[in-house]
Structure formats: structure tokens, C-alpha cells
Design a protein around this ligand. Sequence first.
Ligand SMILES: [Zn+2]
Length: 123
Amino acid sequence: MGMFDYFYPDPPIECHHPECRGLLRDWQGKYAGNCLFQWHQGRIAPIDQVASEDCKLDRARLHEIRLPINAIIIAGWGSCDQCGSYAQFLIECSTDAEGCWKNTRILANISPASQIAEGCAAV
Ligand SMILES: [Zn+2]
């Protein structure tokens, strides 16, 4: 299906290019949801859904959506809002007992393709 959700770490992660002051946005992560929800670290529900208005869940439904509890969701392909380059690393988004995304950890030197594929297969 190629579906995923977007993850926005807070604070945002800076672009790895030394000359660039951009921030890495639109991290793509897979878990059981994968409906193009936009998750902001520290918020219990998605802040929005990347879909046309007629395909989106209504606000009330959207506010009821949760991430899995005590889970680690791997996300990759964060892209810089200034230079447009993609992150060379993955992040781990971990949720608490209520499904709220509380922590983000950077994973170094891992191939995004293989990690995303594994994360998907594990669901
Ligand atoms: Zn950049």
C-alpha cells in the first residue's frame, strides 16, 4: 500500500548539512495506523491528516485516534525545509502507556529502506 504517517519531533531535528539551518520535517513512519496522520511529539491525537477534505476523518474521529501504547515507531526520510535533502538516519518515536509520543531517539548509520521494511513486516 505504501501508506505511512508523518511524524514531527519536538524539538525538531536540525538538518545535517553544516551550511544549512533548516529543520527536518515530514518524517515517515509505519505502524498499524498508516493513514497519513500527522503526529506531533507530545500530542495525544494527530494534529491533522494529509488527505483531501472528502477523504479525511472528521475532527471528532481524528481526536480519538491514538498511537500504539508503549511502542517504538521507526521513522525515516525526514526532509529539510530549507535545502530539501533527506535525513541520513532514522528516528525512534516511543510512546507512553497512553499512546502519547514522548521521546525521540536518533538512530545512526542504518539503511532507511531495510528498517522501514522491517517495521512494516512486524505489524
Ligand atoms: Zn538542509
